[in-house]
Design a binder for this molecule. Structure first.
Ligand code: ADP
Length: 195
């Protein structure tokens, strides 16, 4: 049973490394960003609500995001653990996650944080914009997403560190180098889960 959250600023590589980390732990990935983008593409009501926030680089309101995650975490495939990519991102979301897990008699094993130099991040995101054409990868929106991350999400790292479940990875290097570091942390967590 391993329940892990993967954190890091926009462009840190959460999407890139989430699958490997989860694969190594043998748990599914739940990415709120991916769920929102899928809902936007499918033109659902949730997608319509989410789209204007995504396009502006703002967080989707907590009540919307929390309800979506609450429903997703009730699914059967989360029974043996899961990796959350991009959630929680606010103090309120973190409290809701703790509450959902407590109600299931479970708790968070680790918050894995990908840290990257801000200059490298802007560069990566602008390059991704050229390749993927994500609506939130323009320079103005990218700067807004960093600001929101610093204001709303960074404080969570401090609180997970205080709980002693925070694992920091320097993710400024190339993908293969970071992947090795991610695997090392996964192995640490796997060992802890077996104890
Ligand atoms: P990135 O981390 O690179 O910004 P994501 O794919 O994780 O990309 O998220 C894209 C967008 O989806 C966010 O900017 C936000 O608008 C929305 N989003 C994703 N997760 C959350 C969340 N937990 N709370 C609120 N909004 C979210």
């Amino acid at each position: 049973m391993t329940i892990v959250v993967l954190m890091g600023p926009p462009g840190a590589g959460k999407g890139t490394h989430a699958d490997h980390l989860a694969g190594r732990l043998g748990v599914p990935v739940i990415s709120t960003g991916d769920i929102f983008r899928a809902q936007v593409a499918a033109r659902t009501e949730l997608g319509r609500t989410a789209q204007r926030y995504l396009d502006a680089g703002e967080y989707v309101p907590d009540e919307v995001t929390n309800a979506m995650v609450r429903e997703r975490l009730a699914a059967d495939d989360t029974r043996l653990g899961f990796l959350l990519d991009g959630y929680p991102r606010t103090v309120d979301q973190a409290a809701v996650l703790d509450e959902i897990l407590a109600a299931q008699d479970r708790s968070l094993a680790a918050a894995v944080v990908l840290q990257v130099d801000p200059e490298v991040l802007v560069h990566r995101l602008l390059r991704r914009a050229e390749i993927e054409h994500r609506s939130d990868d323009t320079e103005v929106v990218i700067r807004r997403r960093f600001q929101v991350y610093d204001d709303e999400t960074s404080p969570l790292i401090t609180s997970y560190a205080a709980r002693g479940i925070h694992y920091e990875i320097d993710a400024s290097a190339d993908i293969d180098t970071v992947r090795v570091r991610v695997h090392e942390v996964a192995d640490l967590l796997g060992v802890a889960a077996q104890r």
